[in-house]
Design a protein around this ligand. Sequence first.
Ligand SMILES: [Zn+2]
Length: 602
Amino acid sequence: MKRFSPFAVLFALFAFSAAGQPAPAPTVAEAEAFLRNAEQRMLALSVESGRADWVKINFITEDTEVLAAKADERTINAGVELAKQSVRFDRLALPPELARKMKLLKNSLTLATPLDPKESEQLTRIASSMEGLYGKGKSCRPGKDGKEECRDLGDLSKVLATSRNYDELLDAWTGWHAISRPMRKDFVTYVALANKGAKELGFADTGAMWRSKYDMPPDAFAEELDRIWEQVKPLYLSLHAYVRTKLREKYGDLVPANGPIPAHLLGNMWAQEWGNIYPLVAPAGADPGYDLTQILKSRKTNDQQMVKYGEGFFTSLGFAPLPETFWKRSLFVKPRDRDVVCHASAWDVDAENDLRIKMCIDITAEDFNTIHHELGHNFYQRAYNQQPFFFRDSANDGFHEAVGDTIALSVTPEYLVKLGLLDKAPDTTKDIGLLLDKALEKIAFLPFGLVIDQWRWKVFSGQIPPEKYNEAWWELRKKYQGIAPPVARSEQDFDPGAKFHVAGNVPYMRYFLADILQFQFHRALAGFAGCKGPLNRCSIYGNKEAGNRLNATLSMGASRPWPEALATLTGQKQMDATAIRDYFAPLQKWLDEQNKGKPVGW
Ligand SMILES: [Zn+2]
């Protein structure tokens, strides 16, 4: 992941007078001066909060938390103030670059609070209390000696990931899904008030406000997503049918032969990624013949060398090496003497050249991939550092994650051979296991990535009324994912709130976009690199032409609408899920053979 700058996630107390005094008409020169000041001020503040946040996650103490929160608050408040002031220029015809900056300043909002101060305060309070309920969520019951025993999300997720006992899984699933019941009433108020704020800004509702970030009319964007889903759906159906058969072998008739899969059997609390059940569904003879973790360990590779491999990928494409400060200031190893946030992230603290990663590296194949992913963020950040501050971001929010993942897709056996980590790449008949494992992560995720905001957009627009929140949630889960709740649900429940991004008011569509885009990027770059083999065996390592294309796209930052950035990289202006189909084509063929004579769909 990339550090969220407080500016980019403006959680705004955004209110301005829609019917104020008629002010003298502003000029283009005033707008330009306003934006120049705004950029200077936001840059200075974001560097300050970047430093405070860095220290906080590297030394978690009460003091660093307070100091970071204060710095973030200052940055957020300044952003809100500037967004309010920018309304003054709304009716002014501006040159494209200035108009885009104004738009980005306003579009960074994820929550618009209403004008009325009481309502505004109420909305802010509810939003933070729902997030708090989620964060503190626990499933408790009387244990031995009458003492209460509680399990948090980490404990319950572990059960979902590792247990193969139907009832144990059910118990963990229902335990977690009870935590969101108390949110339900608040969520209705949150929807009403957030919509009011969005309407005051000129949006139809909060969902339309979120969709407005994507350089397209909100309805056209929603239609685009449907179109992309139709492209990948056949592959999802095949994967779903195969997994369902395997789960029936394990759990018998508790899994229906031709109906939706019970949601608690897929290795994840939300059934969003299924990699944890790989051992249950692994094909016979799927061993790829090498184990990168073992290779790295036997060579006594250390954390620095792991990161050097990642840097070497980018320099092989023609990017300059990472700055000296990267090696001095990054965190690679979990410290023994203090608390840190170990979840991997990439930073550009001064929004220019002070790049860093923060992770607790284990010498494993997984972290080898993660390093390539995180450095993707860093090289993106440095590529757009020549842009004005408001354009120092990815083309849309799906792009930043997609770039890191694109690079990780180039970590192929052939790449490992070039690094000297592997003597010989196994032949492609060994690929089914690797592809299936990847599909459980990337293909299984796609319908889930859609469902979250399909539900929220309909809730915000009123198409799903409060008395149908839970019913509509499960209808969508069934329609897209082909899963069902393992026990009867009612409108007393509030299952969407058991997912962080719903309770925490974080839009979700970026993850779906990133999942689609990374394969489209990979296919295009592999083409420039002249790769003729199956896509899953293509690596752009060492190819300057692919590197130039990538750099041209990354250095645009957010300066142009994303379809232009996409066209620069791929030649296509539209998102295209045929790339993901191409990548998994050998798996699709194999799955269809396995599914022969068995029901597909639900
Ligand atoms: Zn990332």
